[in-house]
Design a protein around this ligand. Structure first.
Ligand code: OGA
Ligand code: MN
Length: 196
């Protein structure tokens, strides 16, 4: 499924290390995932990893998350899109990606996530990051953009969290932050890993 996107993503990861794709998946899937996130009551505060322990830190990260699983058609469809991408990247780029983990995230008004790298310190487990957005009619004043930097902390890209926009990037190469949002903001963040 969605085979057309796979080579485009693989090529961009090789060329630039990242890609932003508008209207990535079928609208219907995007809408169902949004509805699923709205209906899902079990969200909890996300953690920050520092060395080996995971703790909550109000000054750095304020979103609430819910890990995806195979319950419900829309989660399964999204995960099968990701798994197809994993297989394609392994075939084309020999990355040896073994696993994809992903969570819905809700940022309430005023929430943000300070600049960070997704690959945990002292561990190279997270190789490729995906973020998929679920927000219809997002305007500039709503804030909540993802800002991506390069290894020298130069600006690379600013991504509006528009419904059905997907960004994929090399986890270790791009520090990034979520600017404070002025409106409730929904997304699915995911990582292809080399362990498990
Ligand atoms: C993350 C993250 C970005 C976003 O969850 O690690 O960087 O735009 N999310 O939601
Ligand atoms: Mn991140």
């Amino acid at each position: 499924m969605y085979k057309k996107l796979y080579p485009k993503i693989a090529d961009a990861l090789v060329e630039d290390g990242y890609i932003v794709i508008a209207d990535a998946l079928p609208d219907k899937l995007s809408q169902e995932l949004k509805q699923f996130a709205i209906n899902e009551k079990e969200f909890s505060r996300a953690g920050i990893s520092s060395k080996s322990d995971l703790h909550l830190d109000d000054t750095r990260r304020l979103d609430k998350i819910h890990w995806l699983n195979e319950d419900g058609a829309c989660q399964s469809e999204f995960l099968s899109f990701a798994d197809g991408l994993r297989e394609h990247l392994n075939c084309e780029l020999y990355l040896g990606l073994s696993y994809y983990e992903s969570h819905f995230a809700i940022y309430a008004e005023g929430d943000f996530y300070e600049t960070h790298l997704d690959a945990f310190k002292n561990s190279k487990n997270r190789v490729i990051t995906t973020v998929y957005y679920l927000n219809e009619e997002w305007i500039e004043d709503d804030g909540g953009e993802l800002v991506v930097y390069d290894g020298e902390h130069n600006f690379v890209a600013k991504v509006k969290p528009d419904a059905n926009t997907l960004i994929v990037f090399m986890s270790e190469k791009f520090p990034h932050e979520v600017l404070s949002t002025n409106k409730k903001r929904y997304s699915i963040a995911g990582w292809f890993r080399v362990d498990r």
